[in-house]
Design a protein around this ligand. Structure first.
Ligand code: C5P
Length: 221
């Protein structure tokens, strides 16, 4: 079962307030992108990687892959306006023989191998897809501006991370449907009727959005 990873790194990351895309902000001695790229490259469950870079950052991404010796990288393609456009660009570069496509956000640099193992195992059980999730710890309220409208029961609620794994033709078909707005790939596959398993996520898969997130991730390196 060949597993291809699509690493989406084409976001602008404006909330970090830096002069470069989020994937190229420093994390330790290297651009942030180096960490998820190295982890995917070293992951025993992943065969090949397609990197999706912001326009005009394709070459720095390829050079970085070479610098860290990420030999599983097959291509670096240009991302799109939205995350879904970027995923589509990456998946278009995955060959037809791929059985599983794993989509991962470069903004979640600390990828543990055992999460990938759980996702791939779920597909072996016959699911169309699998996502890592964490239980919700806080009380959840629906608000209208700054006024509480209701308290949402927490039972059965989880927060979902990446990487997300899919049977390749299922993800391709979901991406081919037009007009859906989604912040993750599971939303697209759900809308197409796919069955998706939830597996245990990991706190370290924190998504870097702010400077404080970047500092937390740096402390966990
Ligand atoms: O913007 P957000 O943090 O939700 O992005 C999640 C991931 O999707 C990031 O790794 C980002 O680089 C990627 N992305 C992308 N193309 C976009 C927007 C986001 O590859 N147009």
């Amino acid at each position: 079962m060949s597993v291809w990873a699509v690493l989406v790194a084409a976001g602008r990351g404006e909330r970090l307030g830096e002069d470069r895309p989020k994937a190229f902000v420093r994390l330790g001695d290297l651009p942030l992108l180096a960490e998820p790229l190295r982890r995917l490259d070293e992951c025993p469950w992943v065969d090949s990687v397609v990197v999706v870079a912001p326009p005009e950052w394709e070459e720095p991404a390829i050079l970085l892959a070479e610098e860290i010796g990420a030999s599983k990288v097959s291509a670096c393609v240009t991302g799109g306006e939205t995350r879904t456009d970027s995923v589509r660009a990456g998946v278009d570069d995955v060959p037809d023989e791929a059985a599983v496509i794993l989509v991962h956000d470069a903004a979640r640099p600390l990828l543990p191998d055992d999460v990938v193992e759980r996702l791939v195992a779920a597909l072996g059980e016959g699911y169309d897809g699998a996502v890592p999730a964490l239980p919700v710890a806080d009380t959840i309220k629906r608000v209208d501006s700054d006024v509480i409208r209701e308290t949402v029961p927490r039972d059965g609620l989880v927060t979902v991370q990446t990487p997300q794994a899919f049977v390749a033709p299922v993800l391709r078909a979901a991406l081919a449907r037009d007009g859906l707005r989604a912040t993750d790939c599971a939303t697209l596959v759900e809308a197409a009727g796919g069955r998706i398993k939830v597996v245990a996520g990991d706190e370290r898969l924190l998504k870097v959005t702010t400077k404080a997130d970047l500092e937390r991730v740096a402390a966990w390196l």
